[in-house]
Design a protein around this ligand. Structure first.
Ligand code: AHR
Length: 513
């Protein structure tokens, strides 16, 4: 039996849970947009062609902010192609995903969809094949009330009111050799600065994300952030981070410890940003936008310079199936721990977007003309987004450990926690990384009067299944949440048992003592 002791104290906090920590990502890639969120003619489509069955799942997932339209796609995108009368929109080749882009879905459709879904828009500009002028024009089109050529064009195209988009990405993964318009850190630092200045001259209230490294294995990781921020520090608010994890050659131990790598990644970028702050004598802090993260099973041909090798079809076609990964129980547990890592670092990670929302490495799957369903990874995201409220707590954890090939000894039990004073609740988010043994968790919660256990749920290997069991079109509810029994509260002591390979959430009634 694995054992873990946790200590939580009402005074050990890391600030409020950032609302934007539970973001997602819609890219014009594969079937995320077309036959994902948008499919005119589908039996569940509304009059705008939005799939209402997918919309319901998006609301249940609880995503708060959605990045759009890419990703690698944005680095070759002309945003003007996606506005105006649909019949006049050009069909183009998208080089990023070897796809025919019809432009039947564009900025207006996304803003309308986001309103119906109840999410904030996070818009990326193309700093790959385009530059300062196109970025500036897009802000004017989106956010200026009217009386200028670009803003009046928006009005003519059906939106009298500005879109009022607050959060903007200055390009995507500009350090990557795979990116259209790849740049050196110096080149990108300069263009990001100039684009930021021009965009803010149109709307000084927008928040800006500069591209950090595409992943922490990039040869320029660290020095890229330093150079970019040396140029752009005073002109941006966030630096981005991207990370995808997978089980390689059966090394489940390291895979289950992926959050250790995410912790390292976040802490390294925070230190780098703070070093630039000190050297440049800046007052403000630069926070992190972890605007792509997830589990993604890749081909095995990846290198640090080429981290995502996607076999492309020889033919060009509209919305081909690309990276529609099917997720098992292990993947859901890893996603739960990645959310724990983001939450533990919520004092500096202010935005995070799971990539992507539908079909493309996504928590939601849909079929053309067919159903939509929840993947296993839907559950930790949905519950954490719904229940991580109020203040982030800093748990002190003493857990049994296990050896991993990549990260040395790692805690078997992984934890994050929040304190929602307004509603009188403490929430614990826990994972047991051990494949074979249950874990007894003994928690001490200081500074509260604890009451009932409000909810206790667990995701683990279902009866008759194994750690690879996934939700499929035929069996969409194979893996889900079930009640976690025997959570006991005695004074300030809470005891519970996590099944092997599981992710769990426990909500306790709590008032300040
Ligand atoms: O999310 C899939 C792709 O991964 C994105 O387009 C890109 O930014 C990253 O490399």
């Amino acid at each position: 039996m694995t054992r873990a002791r946790l200590t939580l104290d009402r005074d050990f906090t890391a600030g409020p849970v950032p609302h934007r920590l539970f973001g997602s990502f819609v890219e014009h890639m594969g079937r995320c947009v077309y036959t994902g969120i948008y499919e005119p003619g589908h039996p569940a489509a509304d009059e705008q062609g939005f799939r209402t069955d997918v919309l319901e799942l998006v609301r249940e997932l609880g995503a708060t902010v959605i990045r759009y339209p890419g990703g690698n796609f944005v680095s070759g995108y002309r945003w003007e192609d996606g506005v105006g009368p649909r019949e006049e929109r050009p069909v183009r080749l998208d080089g990023a995903w070897h796809t025919v882009e019809t432009n039947q879905f564009g900025l207006h459709e996304f803003v309308d969809w986001a309103r119906v879904a109840g999410v904030e828009v996070m818009e990326a500009v193309n700093l790959g094949t385009r530059g300062v002028e196109e970025a500036r024009a897009l802000v004017e089109y989106a956010n200026h009330p009217g009386g200028t050529a670009w803003s009046d064009l928006r009005r003519k195209n059906g939106h009298a009111e500005p879109f009022d988009i607050r959060l903007w990405c200055l390009g995507n993964e500009m350090d990557g050799p795979w990116q259209m318009g790849q740049k050196t850190a110096e080149e990108y630092g300069r263009i990001a600065t100039e684009a930021a200045k021009a965009m803010r001259l149109v709307d000084p209230t927008i928040e800006l994300v500069a591209c950090g490294s595409s992943n922490s294995g990039m040869p320029t990781f660290g020095s890229w952030e330093q150079t970019v921020l040396r140029h752009a520090y005073e002109h941006v608010d966030y630096i981005s981070a991207h990370a995808y994890y997978q089980e390689v050659e059966g090394d489940h131990g390291s895979f289950l410890a992926s959050a250790v790598d995410m912790d390292y990644f976040i802490e390294s970028v925070v230190s780098t940003a703070d070093a630039v702050r000190a050297a440049g004598k800046h007052k403000k802090h630069i926070d992190l936008s972890f605007d792509e993260w997830n589990v993604w099973y890749q081909t095995g041909k990846e290198t640090p310079d080429q981290p995502h090798v996607i076999e492309r079809e020889a033919v060009w076609r509209e919305h081909p199936r690309i990276i529609e990964d099917e997720y098992g129980v292990t993947d859901a547990v890893v996603v739960g721990t990645l959310l724990n890592s983001l939450l533990r670092h919520g004092d500096r990670v202010k935005v995070a977007n799971q990539a992507q929302l539908v079909n493309v490495i996504a928590p939601i799957r849909s079929e053309e003309g067919g159903p939509a369903w929840r993947q296993t990874i839907f559950w930790p995201f949905a519950r954490t987004a719904a229940l991580a409220k109020g203040e982030i707590l800093r748990p002190v954890v003493a857990s049994d450990r296990y050896g991993t090939a990549r990260f040395g000894d790692v805690d078997l039990v992984d934890v994050s926690a929040t304190w929602d004073e307004e509603n009188g609740r403490v929430a614990l988010f826990l994972a047991n990384r051990g494949l074979d043994e249950a874990a007894d968790v003994a928690a001490t919660l200081r500074g509260w009067r604890l009451g009932r256990v409000l909810t206790a749920e667990v995701l683990d290997v279902p009866e008759g299944g194994d750690r690879y069991t996934a939700n499929t079109q035929e069996n969409p509810d194979a893996v889900g949440l079930r009640p976690l029994g025997d959570v006991t509260v005695d004074g300030e002591q809470v005891a519970l048992r996590l099944p092997p390979l599981s992710w769990a959430v426990v909500q306790l009634e709590a008032t300040a003592a």
